[in-house]
Design a protein around this ligand. Structure first.
Ligand SMILES: [Zn+2]
Ligand SMILES: [Zn+2]
Length: 337
């Protein structure tokens, strides 16, 4: 049984997951598969390839419009959190823990084993981002869920153990300081200036332009002014939307387009780097406030945080975001429909 434990000095939580089953390992050592997607379109041993649906857990979502599925979402068989557990704080002497309640799902983005995100059609990416929206919406209504995180780990250095394109959704009954603290700063900004700090920074990046990589009707992608790592790229909705699942479908089409564009530029410019991306939304219950704004952040794993970064939280970024944005702008992106 896994459990949350809180550091009493920082109020940060960890998950102690001693019984976590070993996940399927289909990756060779990192150096052998760094820059290359798997060769085959279909892997008979892959639990996410068509025909092997029985190897994964029961689906919570199957793209309803397609005869053969285009996107499937399944419960994570190897999750550190369990949706059947009763959420409860449990004291350990003067320390605090909590039962390992939470929701963990895996989004199988495509039936094709070796198809990177940017190589899919606009329609397929739209189906994928719509599945994320549907599941975030449903999971937000689970009892006691306070925060829903959508993320993707691409490649072994980013922490994935499965080659088949997939992302994850993890929902917790806890809002960690890592999420809460910036949102409190955003509230202070609202109290001072009467505006959403994220709307303000989007306006400023659009005005200065030098870090903007690409924009469309509803979204803008840029390397932020204070990027913590080389080629950190963010996508923000231009409209004030607090939570990803509140994004309208016509806006999601626009998001699918800019997501394809930015991931293609990163893929080409950095030769298929490992990366993590995260979609951060307002906590459940805070989705109608004027100071929270959802965003997408992609971090290529081209550097490793070292002692100074871990010790101070101040990251040393060796590629100025203006230079990173210029290189991404200069990288051709294909026009697809
Ligand atoms: Zn597969
Ligand atoms: Zn805003």
């Amino acid at each position: 049984m896994s459990e949350f434990r809180q550091n009493p000095a920082t109020k940060e939580w960890v998950i102690i997951a001693t019984e976590r089953a070993r996940r399927p390992e289909d990756f060779k050592p990192a150096h052998e598969c760094d820059a290359h997607p798997p060769e085959q379109e279909y892997d008979p041993d892959c639990p996410f390839c068509p025909g092997n649906e029985h190897l994964a857990a029961d689906p919570t979502y199957v793209d309803p419009d397609a005869e053969s599925w285009k996107v499937r979402v399944v419960r994570n068989k190897y999750a550190a959190l369990d949706r059947e557990t009763k959420p409860q704080r449990v004291p350990h002497g003067n320390f605090l823990s909590a039962t390992g309640y939470g929701v963990a799902e895996v989004v199988i983005e495509t039936p094709v084993h070796n198809l990177p995100l940017h190589s899919r059609s606009q329609d397929d990416i739209f189906r994928y981002v719509k599945a994320l929206k549907a599941r975030q919406h449903a999971i937000s209504h689970f009892p006691d869920i306070s925060h829903v995180t959508i993320f993707k780990n691409h490649g072994p250095r980013a922490g994935t153990s499965l080659a088949h394109p997939h992302s994850q959704i993890i929902a917790t009954p806890i809002i960690p300081p890592h999420v809460r603290d910036p949102f409190q700063k955003a509230m202070q900004h609202y109290d001072t200036y009467g505006s959403c700090v994220y709307c303000d920074l989007v306006q400023e990046e659009l005005r200065q332009q030098e870090r903007v990589v690409v924009e469309n009707e509803h979204f803008v992608a840029f390397c932020p002014f204070a990027s913590r790592s080389p080629f950190e790229a963010r996508i923000y909705p231009k409209r004030h939307i607090q939570s990803y699942h509140w994004t309208a479908d016509n806006e999601l089409e626009s998001f699918a387009a800019i997501l394809r564009d930015i991931t293609e530029r990163i893929y080409t410019a950095l030769d298929n780097p490992d990366y993590n991306f995260i979609i951060r939304s307002a906590p459940v219950g805070d989705e109608d406030v004027r100071y929270l704004h959802w965003y997408f952040i992609l971090i290529p794993k081209v550097t490793t945080p070292a002692g100074f970064e871990i010790g101070t939280g101040i990251y040393i970024n060796v590629v100025p975001p203006e230079e990173a944005a210029r290189r991404l702008r200069d990288t051709p992106a294909s026009q697809v429909s």
